[in-house]
Write a protein that binds this ligand. Structure first.
Ligand SMILES: [Zn+2]
Length: 334
């Protein structure tokens, strides 16, 4: 039976080849289509996108740099072929006076494809005041936000570009949160006023978007391993780029943490470490509270954190690569 069917197929193919004028030499069925070759992560391009954001100036609430960077991010997601959805809201912040306009920016890829919806996110605002600067006089200046803000966004922009080479196998949303980095401990607000944008978005998710079931958040993933004499080694920093497992992530989504760290280990990305790090009140919390398996990939914290020294010179393209290569492998391996 099997032989007869094969013979029939061979005969059909021979006839087809002959009728198509190919000379009849192609008499066996062709191979299966090749599997999707995943795009590579270009760390040079990602680093250029980090610098491009910092070049606007600090993306603090109400600033011109904030407006310009918003237009830049919407443009980049649009160019990458995403359906872009913006979520506007107004809020006060612990660091500012009065209300500011904020925008969460989302781009949807491979809509309706595969099983489940993956949310990849980072915050795009930068902190209005460098509250941990080593020089007290500079603590009213804004944070340039090269690592804290721009690094995570730059990795996701490079992933969006990669998605133009091969569409992700399942619905994937890239999200840039606003108003993450304006918190003050003890301010009395939910999460002390950190992560305002993600709380607003999780509570008012746009009807036009599918709800995610998994979320990977990137924050502070661009640091270097060079000791910076200007900031020294503060007691709250270990002065190296490393990515231990964040405790809220481990508690909420241990399987997702394991899948990501296993890929990182297989790819030789040694910054990912299988030890428990410091719990962080970040943009993943509001989504965890609503049932999403959500994790935070974060180097908590570099010595330049919340200082005016959070600049591209203190970042490393190789750190962006460790995270970006891991995430691209994750997206296409699933
Ligand atoms: Zn941050």
């Amino acid at each position: 039976m099997r032989t007869m069917r094969l013979l029939a197929i061979l005969t059909f193919c021979t006839a087809l080849a002959a009728s198509c004028g190919t000379g009849g030499t192609q008499t066996t069925p062709g191979p299966d289509p090749p599997p999707v070759v995943r795009p590579t992560f270009d760390q040079t391009r990602a680093f250029a996108d980090l610098v491009a954001q910092v070049d606007f100036g600090a993306r603090t609430p109400g600033s011109r740099a904030h407006d310009e960077c918003k237009a830049f991010l919407i443009g980049r997601l649009t160019t990458a072929g995403a359906r872009v959805v913006t979520h506007d809201f107004s809020s006060t912040t612990p660091l500012g006076d009065g209300e500011y306009d904020f925008t969460n920016i989302l781009g949807v890829f491979s809509e309706g494809k595969g099983d489940g919806v993956l949310l990849l996110a980072a915050h795009w605002d930068s902190r209005a005041k460098a509250t941990r600067d080593p020089e007290p006089a500079r603590r009213i200046d804004p944070v340039p936000g090269a690592n804290d803000g721009a690094s995570g966004v730059s990795v996701l922009l490079e992933m969006a570009r990669a998605f133009t080479e091969a569409a992700p196998p399942r619905t994937t949303i890239i999200c840039f949160f606003d108003a993450e980095d304006q918190g003050v401990s003890g301010s009395g607000l939910p999460q002390s006023g950190w992560a305002i944008g993600s709380r607003e978005l999780a509570a008012n998710w746009p009807e036009a978007l599918p709800w995610p079931d998994e979320m990977i958040l990137l924050d502070l993933i661009g640091g270097d391993n060079v000791h910076n004499a200007a900031v020294g080694t503060p007691t709250w920093s270990n002065d190296v780029f490393d990515l231990p497992m964040e405790p809220h992530s481990l508690q909420n989504a241990p399987d997702l943490v394991d899948r990501v760290w296993t890929i990182a280990e297989r790819r030789g990305h040694t910054a990912f470490q299988r030890r428990t790090g410091t719990a962080v009140s970040d943009d993943h919390i509001a989504f965890q509270e609503r049932g999403v398996a959500a994790i935070d990939i974060i180097d908590f914290v570099p010595p330049e954190w919340d200082t005016t020294h959070d600049t591209p010179e203190n970042c490393d393209a190789g750190s962006l690569y460790q995270v970006g290569d891991t995430l691209l492998e994750f997206v296409y391996a699933e």
